[in-house]
Design a protein around this ligand. Structure first.
Ligand code: COI
Length: 361
């Protein structure tokens, strides 16, 4: 695999300091984008080439571009944090780079070298570092690397040309309500992914597949949909865009990776952070009947969702056909809060990075 260098073409018209500061004061999630982006091309026979750091701009696509028809697309999400000394670091970018390679393999796309993935993210954050929000708050700079098939033509086959892009977006809390508990609709008929499918790849198709059930969840007054396995329709898998954890007193449990669940970097990190804090942390199978029963008998003390965008978000009310129950009292539970604080302290640079997770720019 070749590793291209990234050539800088600075933006002639970046946003003014005042415009940028106004956005950073209340960024929301995924609504504003920084001044630049990184692009790298891949062509069969030539490999990766033309690495560029260019002004953020639309990408013109021929209407017959392969990705528009057959959805050969993968993406990642990771965050850059402002540290107390004003410097900037990203969280476990190597894990995102490796998952990007796994997703690429699943969708028959070329694998970007790990060091190129990290250098592309670094180059963008270095150039647009004024966009990294101030230290200490909920805000960070969310990076969205992605790759699309750019060959023009309607034949169904792996494309012979691809475009890798990294864009960045200042981000506050993913849910408009902040870190307040979210409500969940348990979808017992629609599934997100099937055994042997693409559930463990981070590809847009999985998110498209989640939208109808998400809309049904919204119609039932819920913030998120929770998917069950596609065979027995009873084992909890994940939400539309984040993993789940169940708290049983001093033990936390997250659904075992079955191939149809996304291997979340936050999910993985929490297994370690929880053990560091003295919790038992394990992967296991949790059925919806067990979820309901253990909530009702009080052994299941808290439930939370986790992901790069969502960080750790408590789950409050859960609804399924014919039943409804609520975890907690409307506030994040003690374990959820403790894990959230411990993880964010590492990410923001206020706790020692004992696992070498932070990548300082
Ligand atoms: C992330 O957490 O980074 C994701 O890609 C999930 C999406 C719901 C924003």
């Amino acid at each position: 695999m070749t590793t291209p260098t990234i050539e800088l073409k600075p933006s002639a018209s970046p946003l003014s300091d005042a415009e940028r500061e106004a956005i950073l004061a209340s960024p929301g999630f995924g609504r504003h984008f920084t001044d630049h982006m990184v692009t790298i091309k891949w062509t069969e026979g030539r490999g990766w080439h033309e690495g560029q750091l260019v002004p953020y701009a639309p990408i013109p696509l021929d209407p017959a571009t392969n990705v528009l028809h057959y959805a050969q697309e993968i993406f990642e999400g990771l965050k850059a944090y402002r540290r107390p000394d004003g410097s900037v670091a990203t969280f476990r970018p190597d894990q995102n780079a490796l998952r990007f390679q796994r997703s690429a393999r699943r969708l028959a796309m070329p694998e970007l070298p790990v060091e190129t993935f990290i250098e592309a993210c670094d180059a963008l954050v270095r150039q647009d570092q004024a966009w990294v929000p101030a230290h200490g708050g909920e805000e960070s700079l969310y990076l969205r690397p992605f790759m699309i098939a750019t060959e023009v033509g309607l034949g169904v086959k792996p494309a012979n040309e691809y475009l890798f892009i990294v864009i960045a977006s200042p981000a506050g809390a993913y849910f408009p309500g902040g870190v307040k508990p979210v409500s969940i609709w348990l979808s017992e008929d629609r599934v997100r992914a099937v055994p042997g499918g693409m559930g463990d790849a981070k590809t847009g198709g999985n998110y498209a597949a989640s939208l109808l059930a998400q809309a049904e969840a919204a119609a039932k007054g819920c913030d998120q949909v929770c998917y069950l396995d596609a065979v027995e329709h009873q084992w909890v898998e994940e939400l539309g865009g984040m993993n789940l954890y169940f708290v049983y007193g001093n033990k936390i449990v997250t659904p075992t990776l079955t191939g149809s669940i996304l291997e979340g970097v936050t999910r993985d990190s929490l297994l370690t952070v929880a053990r560091d804090l003295g919790y038992e942390a394990e992967e296991g199978r949790v059925s919806i009947d067990q979820w309901q029963r253990d909530a009702e008998n009080g052994t299941l003390t808290e439930v939370f969702a986790c992901g790069t965008a969502a960080v750790i978000t408590p789950v409050g009310t859960v609804k399924r056909t014919g039943a409804e129950w609520t975890h907690g009292d409307g506030q994040p539970g003690a374990t959820t809060t403790r894990l959230r604080t411990a993880l964010l302290d590492i990410q923001r640079g206020t706790a020692e990075d004992t696992h070498g997770w932070m990548h300082q720019l």
